[in-house]
Design a protein around this ligand. Structure first.
Ligand code: EPU
Length: 332
């Protein structure tokens, strides 16, 4: 177990704010996690790669960070493989490992920042795939009584960027391992527009991974250059009647299917139409190549980013009658 007091967080989260935590504890096993939970001064924050957080201030409590980094095959047959990964494995290292081994299922999620544990909380998704599509179970430790619990996929209540760990069990469990079921036979999922046009007919895993990396790099800012947390907002899901009315005013409005009677519209399109794409307020900016992403141009505070987000939300609401919700978690 490693303990860091008065710990700088600038290099530990992707928005690059110059903030500190009273204490940060890295745990490398379930036992280390249990002893950290026993002694830690509250409040507690469980942090993965810090790729979905906006620190509004210094964190006055204890941050727990998993460094459990094993990847092991736990079962296998002629068509599939079951793989158990530690919550501290970098998500993209896991994807790279699967692609190298010839295991299908997570290649569309290439290059998403963050770690295995947090990706299961957030139900990360991109290019027609969500992590819930391949996730079999989660092992976690209870914060209250240190008991160990295994959650099946169904018990995680997965939905778009949502899980039980973001609502009724928020802050109640710390994830230690995630188990996935992946396919040994080719199951390419390349229906997404931007992919189809650049891939051959029967693409290999490596070709898909390379194409996804190229598309992401062309649209999304590198956190090492501009601090950011990927999509800042979720794509709103609105009633079909509201969409039909909007479509009569904006015939080019894009959409994706959602549950019956509802439709998902891209927040990036709404923000671009509201005039915010590429605009800045101080050091906080709406990224010029993808309006769904807010960036720290250098030296922005969390409050500055939040102020920009609130202004964008208000302008989108006035123009379209749609309220955007942050995908990023505000801390502080
Ligand atoms: N669009 C605009 N202007 C913009 C951005 C987008 O008009 O500035 C339009 C595009 O032309 C397109 C539509 O909006 O018609 C969708 O854009 P895009 O394909 O870039 O995807 P997205 O809906 O903006 C979602 C995920 C991303 C994921 C991509 C690809 C959410 C909140 N975001 O973005 O996930 O990479 O699809 O699958 O669902 C993340 O969560 O951090 C993330 C990057």
């Amino acid at each position: 177990m490693k303990i860091f007091d008065n710990c700088p967080l600038k290099e530990r989260h992707t928005f690059g704010m110059d903030v500190k935590a009273d204490r940060l504890i890295e745990f490398a096993s379930e036992d280390e996690l249990k002893s950290a939970l026993t002694d830690a001064v509250k409040p507690l924050l469980f942090m993965g790669g810090g790729s979905n957080l906006l620190f509004l201030n210094d964190y006055r409590g204890t941050i727990l960070h998993s460094t459990i980094d094993s990847i092991e095959v736990t079962a296998e047959d002629s068509t599939s493989v079951t793989v158990r990964a530690g919550s501290g494995v970098l998500w993209d290292d896991f994807v790279a490992c699967c692609v190298e081994q010839g295991w299908w299922g997570v290649e569309n999620l290439s290059l998403i920042p963050g770690e295995v544990g947090a990706s299961a909380v957030q139900n990360i998704g991109a290019y027609g795939v969500e992590v819930k599509d391949v996730l079999q179970s989660i092992e976690a430790i209870s914060v209250d009584d240190l008991s160990r619990r295994v959650f099946t996929n169904a018990e995680c209540n997965y939905a778009y960027r949502d899980s039980i760990f973001k609502n009724i069990l928020k802050g109640k469990y710390v994830i230690t391992y995630v188990t996935y079921r992946l396919s040994k036979t080719a199951t390419p999922n390349i229906g997404y527009g931007a992919l189809k046009s650049v891939l051959p007919e029967n693409p290999s895993l490596k070709e898909i991974r390379d194409a996804i990396i190229a598309v992401r790099n062309s649209k999304l800012p590198d956190p090492k250059v501009y601090g950011n947390a990927g999509s800042f907002f979720m794509n709103p899901v609105i009633p079909m009647e509201q969409f039909v009315e909007l479509q009569s005013r904006y015939p080019d409005i894009p959409s994706y299917p959602a549950s019956e009677g509802y439709i998902k519209v891209p927040a990036g399109w709404l923000i671009e139409k509201s005039g915010w794409k590429g605009k800045s307020v101080g050091n906080a900016a709406v990224y010029e190549k993808q309006a769904l992403v807010l960036v720290n141009r250098g030296g922005a505070t969390g409050m500055e980013i939040k102020h920009l987000a609130d202004t964008v939300i208000e302008d989108v609401r006035k123009m379209f009658g749609i309220t955007l919700h942050a995908e990023v978690n505000y801390i502080g």
